[in-house]
Write a protein that binds this ligand. Structure first.
Ligand SMILES: NC(=O)c1ccc[n+]([C@@H]2O[C@H](COP(=O)([O-])OP(=O)(O)OC[C@H]3O[C@@H](n4cnc5c(N)ncnc54)[C@H](OP(=O)(O)O)[C@@H]3O)[C@@H](O)[C@H]2O)c1
Length: 310
C-alpha cells in the first residue's frame, strides 16, 4: 500500500510518499481501505516537533488522526460488520496514523458511516465534530437558551461547534477574522465579532459558556465575558493561564479521547442535516506536503481540509 511517513521532525518536505506492506488485522480488528482523512492542525504541529513533550514520536510516523473508509477484511471474531461497510474511525496519536491506503482498527473503535454522508464529508466532520461535541454536549451540557461564545469559529472545530450550539437552541456568539464574518453568521451565530477589527471582551457580557479554540490572549480576555458561575472550556491551542477562582468561573480543558459514542452522535447530526460538514479544500494523498504547507499558511480557511485517498 501507499502511505505518507516522516523519519525526522521538520518542514513539510520531510513527508515522504512511500510503499509499505499491507497491514493484517488480528482478532477483533478490521482492515479498512481509507477513502478520506481530515487534515488537522495537530498533524503539522506534531510533524514540526511542537508537541513532542506531550506526544513523543516513534519514527517513522504516519500522520492522520481520523478517517472514513470501507472495510475490506474482518479479523477473527468480528461478526457484526461485513466487507464493503462504510465506517469512520479515529487513530491513536502516537501509533500509525491514517495518511495511508489501508489501516487496521479495533472493531470497538469504529462507527458506521451513514449511507447519505460521503467519505469526504465524514472525514471533515469526524475529529472536528468530536471536539465540538465533547466540549459543548459532554462537558458543558448546553441546552436551549444557553448563551455561548465560540472562538475560532471559521475553523474546523469552530464551524462544527457553531452549528451544533445553534442546533441545540443556544444563543451563539462567535469570533473569526473579518473576511469570514458572513460565513460564520450563515452557520447560525447571531453575533459575530471580527478578531482583527474589534475586541470581543469590550462588547460581550454575561455568557454562560465560552469555548476557546485559540488560547493565549483570547483565553485571558474571555474571563470578562462570562457571568459568575460560567464555564470556560478550552482545547490545547496556545498556552493558557487559568484564573477561574479569581473570576468565579469554572475552567475546563476538553480532553479529546477516542469516543465512538460521540462520533456516532456526530455522524447522526450530519446524516440528519442538523450540521453540515464543512469542507474547505481536498488534496490527494501524494500531495500531503502541499496540504501541510497550506495548513501552516495564513490563507483563510472555512472548515476542514481533507486528504482524499480513494
Ligand atoms: N487534542 C487537542 O487538544 C486538540 C484537538 C483538536 C484541536 N486542537 C487545537 O484547537 C485549535 C482549533 O482546531 P481546528 O482544527 O478548529 O483549527 P483550525 O481549523 O485551524 O481553526 C482555527 C481557527 O482559529 C481562528 N483564529 C486564529 N486566531 C484567532 C483569534 N485571535 N480569534 C478568533 N479566532 C482566531 C483561525 O482563523 P483565521 O485562520 O481566519 O485567522 C481559524 O479559523 C487548534 O489550535 C488545534 O491545534 C487541539
Amino acid at each position: 500500500m501507499k502511505a505518507i511517513e516522516y523519519r525526522a521532525y521538520g518542514e513539510p518536505d520531510v513527508l515522504q510518499f512511500v510503499e509499505r506492506p499491507d497491514p493484517v488485522p488480528g482478532p477483533g480488528e478490521v482492515l479498512i481501505q481509507v477513502h478520506a482523512v481530515s487534515l488537522a492542525p495537530g498533524d503539522w504541529k506534531m510533524r514540526r516537533g511542537l508537541l513532542k513533550d506531550v506526544f513523543p514520536a516513534r519514527f517513522p510516523v504516519t500522520p492522520g488522526r481520523d478517517g472514513s473508509g470501507e472495510i475490506v477484511v474482518l479479523g477473527a471474531g468480528v461478526t457484526d460488520f461485513a466487507p464493503g461497510d462504510g465506517v469512520v474511525f479515529m487513530t491513536d496519536r502516537v501509533t500509525s496514523g491514517s495518511y495511508a491506503e489501508l489501516i487496521v482498527r479495533k472493531r470497538d473503535a469504529i462507527v458506521r458511516k451513514p449511507a447519505g454522508v460521503s467519505h469526504i464529508e465524514a472525514a471533515a466532520a469526524n475529529h472536528a465534530g468530536l471536539c465540538a461535541w465533547l466540549g459543548l454536549v459532554d462537558a458543558a451540557r448546553i441546552g436551549a437558551g444557553a448563551r455561548v461564545l465560540i472562538h475560532g469559529a471559521a475553523g474546523a472545530v469552530g464551524s462544527f461547534a457553531v452549528q451544533l450550539a445553534h442546533h441545540l437552541g443556544a444563543k451563539v456568539a462567535a469570533t473569526c477574522r473579518a473576511g469570514s464574518v458572513e460565513y460564520v453568521a450563515a452557520l447560525g451565530a447571531h453575533t459575530v465579532i471580527a478578531y482583527d477589527r474589534d475586541d470581543f471582551a469590550a462588547i460581550l457580557r454575561d455568557y454562560d459558556v465560552v469555548y476557546d479554540l485559540v488560547g493565549g490572549a483570547v483565553h485571558e480576555r474571555s474571563y470578562r465575558v462570562l457571568k459568575k458561575g460560567g464555564l470556560l472550556l478550552y482545547l490545547i491551542a496556545k498556552p493558557v493561564v487559568e484564573r477561574g477562582a479569581e473570576y468565579g468561573v469554572t475552567v475546563k480543558r476538553v480532553a479529546i479521547e477516542e469516543r465512538p459514542d460521540a462520533i456516532r452522535a456526530v455522524m447522526a447530526l450530519v446524516a440528519a442535516g442538523a450540521v453540515k460538514a464543512q469542507v474547505d479544500r481536498v488534496f490527494p494523498l501524494a500531495e500531503a506536503a502541499a496540504a501541510h504547507r497550506f495548513l501552516e499558511s495564513a490563507e483563510p480557511r472555512h472548515g476542514r481540509c481533507v486528504l482524499q485517498i480513494r
